[in-house]
Design a protein around this ligand. Structure first.
Ligand code: SF4
Length: 75
């Protein structure tokens, strides 16, 4: 069964919490200061999706919990 991250990027406030949880999946975009989901695919405007492995689940669940804008979904 595949696991996914969804990032609703437009509401991102660039707080860095997701990067601290999972630096291999998240980085701050230097142009606009928002987080990018590394290798995420834009499925519709501002919504990025990426499959992750079981090993990456817990750190991204932490990102989901810690995101103050509540714009990360992991399932
Ligand atoms: S934790 Fe949420 S608001 Fe903060 S940088 Fe990551 S996606 Fe943006």
């Amino acid at each position: 069964m595949s696991l996914k991250i969804i990032h609703y990027r437009e509401e991102c406030i660039g707080c860095n919490a997701c990067i601290e949880s999972s630096p291999s999946n998240w980085k701050i975009n230097e142009k606009d200061g928002k987080a990018d989901l590394i290798q995420g695919k834009e499925t519709k405007k501002g919504v990025f999706v990426k499959e992750i492995s079981q090993l990456e689940l817990e750190e991204n669940k932490k990102a989901e919990r810690d995101c103050p804008a509540r714009i990360i979904k992991v399932f």
